[in-house]
Ligand binder design. Structure first.
Ligand SMILES: C[S@@+](CC[C@H](N)C(=O)[O-])C[C@H]1O[C@@H](n2cnc3c(N)ncnc32)[C@H](O)[C@@H]1O
Length: 364
C-alpha cells in the first residue's frame, strides 16, 4: 500500500473522520513513507524549502555566540530535528573559534535518513569534531546546557478547528470521491479541554497544537539546568487568532511552491502550521520554565551582531554574497519578522544578548 492508501484505510478503520493532527502525523512521520521518514531531498534549492541555517552560516554563528554566553565548561548542546546537519556544523565551527566547544553536541532526530545525512555533513565539514556529536533516540535525563529547536514546533502535528453557530468544532479529515475532504469530527469543543480562541466569524478556521505544548512538558522533565531556544515562524495569540486570519496558518511546501492543500503530494510535501507562541509560553510557565526573551528573528540576529560578522568579511565578493543572505534572514518581507525566537530557562531570570535590542515578552 502507498501512503495515501494507508491513510484512507486508517479513516475506514476509524469509521469516522480522523483528526488533522493524525493526518499530519501519518503524512509526515509514517515509517519509511512519511515526508520526514523517506529519502527525498527536502532542504535547499533541490528540495522543497530553505530554512535559516540553509540560507546562511551567519545564522548558526549568531546562535553559537548566544550559546557561548551561557555554556559552562561541562555543559552540552542538544538540537532537535537537525535537518541536513548544517546548523550543528555552523554552531560547532563558531564555538571552536570562540574556544567554547561543548562537551557534547547531542542531536535528537526522528528520521534515520536525516541522521545519516547529518553524520555526512559533519564528517565532511568538521571531521575532527565528529566524535563530540552524539545522536539520541529519546530525551535525555538531567540535561545541562543549551537546547535548540529551529523550525521543529511548526512540524508537530496540530489540530484544526472551525467555528460554526458560535461554537468551535474539530475539523477532521474524511473520505470523499476525489480523495480526502475536511469534515467535522465529534461534538462541540469545550474551553475546559482546549485553549480556544474568542468567537470570530462563522466558518473561521484555525489551529491548536497540543503536541507542541505537551512537548514543552516533556522537555521540562528532561532538563536540569538549561537554556531553551525555540525558533520558528509564528506569533503571539492576538495575531494568531486575528479576525482576518480566517483560514488559519496551515501551509504545505512542494518544490518551493506554497499551498494550503494537504491532500495532494501526500508524503512528498511538507505540512506546517505557525506556532502560537503565547500557548507555548503559557505551557512553559505553568510547567516551571522562566520565559526570558521573545523577539523577531531579525532583532535577535542583529542583537548578536550579524552585521558585524558581515562587515568582518574582507573578500568583497564573499561579502556581497553574505549581504544577500543576511537580507533574507532579517528583512521583514523575508524571514526577519515572521520568524520569532523564544528563550526559556530553568534557573534564574537572566538577560541574554540576543534580546538586547528587542524583547517582546509582554506581547505573549
Ligand atoms: C522543517 S524541518 C527543520 C530542520 C532543521 N531544524 C532546519 O532548520 O533546517 C523540521 C524537523 O523537525 C523534526 N521534528 C518534528 N517533531 C520532532 C520531535 N518531536 N523531536 C525531534 N524532531 C522533531 C522533523 O523530523 C524535521 O526534521
Amino acid at each position: 500500500m502507498n501512503l495515501e492508501e494507508i491513510i484512507k484505510d486508517t479513516i475506514i478503520q476509524n469509521q469516522a473522520p480522523i483528526g488533522f493532527d493524525e493526518f499530519m502525523q501519518l503524512s509526515l512521520y509514517y515509517p519509511k513513507l512519511g515526508y520526514y521518514r523517506s529519502g527525498s531531498e527536502k532542504f535547499g534549492e533541490k528540495g522543497d524549502f530553505i530554512t535559516a541555517p540553509e540560507t546562511s552560516d551567519l545564522f548558526g554563528f549568531c546562535l553559537a555566540k548566544q550559546c557561548a554566553e551561557v555554556l559552562s565548561p561541562d555543559a552540552s548542546i542538544l538540537e532537535f530535528g537537525a535537518g541536513s546537519g548544517v546548523l550543528a556544523a555552523q554552531i560547532l565551527f563558531e564555538l571552536g573559534r570562540l574556544k567554547k566547544l561543548p562537551e557534547h553536541y547531542y542531536i535528537l532526530e526522528l528520521s534515520a535518513e536525516l541522521k545519516h545525512r547529518q553524520q555526512q555533513t559533519i564528517a565532511n565539514v568538521l571531521p575532527e569534531l565528529l566524535d563530540r556529536v552524539v545522536w539520541l533516540d529519546e530525551l535525555p535525563r538531567g540535561f545541562c546546557g543549551v537546547i535548540i529547536a529551529n523550525e521543529v514546533l511548526d512540524a508537530m502535528p496540530a489540530k484544526r478547528i472551525i467555528q460554526q453557530k458560535e461554537c468551535f468544532y474539530e475539523l477532521g479529515v474524511g473520505l470523499s470521491q476525489a480523495g480526502f475532504d475536511w469534515q467535522i469530527k465529534g461534538a462541540k469543543l469545550s474551553k475546559d479541554d482546549y485553549a480556544l480562541p474568542p468567537l470570530m466569524s462563522e466558518g473561521y478556521v484555525t489551529e491548536i497544537n497540543q503536541q507542541a505544548t505537551a512537548w514543552i512538558d516533556s522537555l521540562y522533565n528532561a532538563v536540569d539546568d538549561a537554556l531553551i531556544l525555540l525558533i520558528d515562524y509564528g506569533m503571539h495569540r492576538d495575531e494568531y487568532f486575528h479576525p482576518q486570519r480566517k483560514d488559519g496558518t496551515l501551509r504545505c511546501y512542494h518544490h518551493h511552491q506554497a499551498s494550503d492543500n494537504p491532500f495532494v503530494n501526500i508524503g512528498e510535501q511538507d505540512i506546517t502550521t505557525s506556532v502560537n507562541f503565547s500557548d507555548v509560553t503559557d505551557q512553559a510557565s505553568s510547567t516551571g520554565f522562566n520565559v526570558i526573551g521573545y523577539a523577531t528573528q531579525a532583532m535577535f540576529l542583529l542583537s548578536l551582531g550579524i552585521d558585524e560578522y558581515l562587515l568582518s568579511e574582507t573578500d568583497e565578493n564573499k561579502r556581497i554574497t553574505l549581504a544577500q543572505q543576511v537580507k533574507q534572514l532579517i528583512l521583514p518581507s523575508a524571514m526577519g519578522e515572521s520568524f520569532k525566537v523564544l528563550a526559556l530557562n530553568t534557573t534564574q531570570q537572566v538577560k541574554l544578548t540576543g534580546f538586547k535590542e528587542q524583547d517582546l515578552t509582554h506581547k505573549l
